[in-house]
Design a protein around this ligand. Structure first.
Ligand code: ADP
Length: 471
């Protein structure tokens, strides 16, 4: 495989060769054409003058001679219709004009000068004009003037030699220039590749050098760096998630193991065993909830959980969620209000996931509200959104924690409150569900006074499947 550098140079070289070749051919043709034209013009002049001198001897001073100046290396013949030579002037080297019968016939029939090229020897070519004319008695005769093309051929040869020297030299220069240009253009790419290799070996904190200019390479480096940053963040999230998940799994397992080991150390009364088994069951329930949550998140991340989108009566879902969570509120001594909306509210969404969202929010509202407090679920329609509000009079969330509560495993708990259990996954899952439905979730909270979670879901989406969000 050729490198881009070699390919660019080759392309550049081929293009330069093509241009130079075209240039050489054009020059050669132009020069040849120009020289031949000059010769033809001179032949015409000569033929005209000889024809006049021969045809009208009374008008010339020396009638026996074609009293005209013959320019070497031209040579002239005056012939009749049959090609018989009446008079002739050979050239300096004694060459006589070769008379061509067909040219004579053509000249006579068309009454037009005829141009020909004949070879005297393999190296000597002659340009010939056959000029028809009439003398004073009306007799037809022909002036045949020839001129050797030796000078033209020499000029052509010299031009070819010149081009054969200059063109390869120009091509060499073009090749070197092309290589220099390709090197200059590609060296930043080499630097980028080396940096990418270093990063690929595992050093995700490294970045490629960004140039100040916003050219193609500058933009590539900036894009590459942004991609590495996102990768680094994703790896960091993954690492934290695994660490947090194993930590959360380890704690209930350690409690379970400790309780059982202590219980087995000696013989105990049946009530004692019952107590240990009950507490073990609670830990197992906690573990089950955690693994359920982890599984949900893993599925969401893998994009496996395709939403089963259908028209959903949000008011009915809300009533069902309240009925489901009611006993929990009762046992916590927290009042749960549900403001039944005036008219049905319908959205397009996944019934199971939307129920999960409502239960998560209500569960938190009850969990983080002291006995005697109250929570409220209200539904309304604002613009083209169904708005779900879950309000509580609980302990509230410190301002510093507000931006973190939707992160996985983020928890803000009061160590004195033993009722509060959880893994910090509920709101992360809730946010994913809202995003996947094309909605938004917001929180307002005041420490010690309570919180309000507001979810907006589009009433109707035209797409069959809203954009899915990976949390
Ligand atoms: P978990 O409830 O399991 O801790 P979540 O993801 O549901 O996890 O909530 C994350 C954190 O947000 C909680 O630890 C809590 O500090 C805070 N939070 C959530 N909802 C409320 C609420 N209604 N009132 C006060 N704090 C809340």
């Amino acid at each position: 495989m050729l490198s881009i550098r070699a390919k660019l140079t080759l392309w550049y070289l081929s293009l330069a060769a093509l241009v130079l070749f075209a240039f050489a051919v054009t020059i050669y043709l132009y020069l040849s054409h120009g020289l031949l034209n000059a010769i033809d013009t001179s032949l015409v002049n000569q033929a005209e003058r000889v024809a006049h001198a021969v045809g009208h001897p009374s008008e010339t001073e020396e009638p026996s001679q074609p009293g005209v100046l013959i320019l070497a290396p031209q040579f002239v013949s005056v012939v009749d219709r049959d090609g018989k030579v009446a008079d002739q002037i050979p050239d300096a080297e004694g060459h006589e004009v070769p008379v061509s019968k067909p040219a004579l016939e053509r000249a006579a029939s068309e009454w037009k000068p005829q141009y020909d090229e004949v070879s005297l020897s393999p190296t000597e070519h002659v340009r010939i004009i056959t000029w028809p004319a009439r003398d004073e008695d009306g007799e037809t005769f022909f002036v045949v003037v020839g001129q050797s093309l030796r000078e033209v051929q020499r000029a052509q040869r010299q031009l070819v030699i010149l081009l054969a020297i200059v063109n390869p030299a120009a091509l060499l220069l073009a090749g070197l220039g092309g290589l220099w240009l390709a090197n200059g253009a590609l060296s930043p790419v080499d630097r980028l590749t080396r940096a990418a290799e270093r990063i690929g070996r595992g050093n995700l904190s490294e970045r490629v050098e960004e140039r100040r200019s916003q050219d193609e390479i500058g933009r590539l480096a900036a894009t590459f760096n942004r991609m590495i940053s996102r990768l680094e963040q994703a790896f960091e999230r993954e690492r934290r998630f695994t660490a947090d998940a194993s930590h959360e799994l380890k704690t209930p397992l350690a409690v379970l193991r400790g309780d059982i080991e202590v219980a087995l150390r000696r013989e105990r009364a049946p009530e004692e065993y019952q107590r240990v088994l009950k507490s073990s069951l609670e830990e197992i329930a906690r573990l089950t909830r955690l693994t359920d949550d982890l599984l949900t998140l893993a599925r969401l991340d893998a994009g496996e959980s395709v939403l089963a989108i259908e028209p959903v009566r949000l008011d009915r879902l809300a009533a069902e969620a309240c009925a489901y969570i009611g006993p929990l509120a009762n046992s916590a001594g927290v009042t749960l209000h549900f403001d039944t909306p005036q008219s049905p509210i319908e959205v397009e969404g996944d019934q199971k996931r939307l129920t999960q969202l409502l239960v998560n929010l209500l569960d938190n509202a009850i969990k983080y509200t002291h006995a005697g407090g109250s929570t409220r679920l209200a539904l309304s329609v604002i613009d083209s959104f169904a708005v779900i509000e879950v309000t509580d009079t609980g302990r509230g969330i410190p301002a510093s924690a507000l931006s973190h509560i939707f992160e996985r495993f983020y928890r803000q708990t009061d160590p004195r409150d033993s009722r509060v259990s959880g893994f910090g996954l509920g709101l992360a899952i809730s946010k994913w569900i809202v995003d996947a439905h094309g909605g938004s979730i917001q929180v307002e909270s005041e420490e010690g006074r309570g919180s309000r979670f507001t979810v907006r879901l589009p009433l109707q989406t035209n797409d069959a499947e809203p954009e899915r969000h990976r949390g």
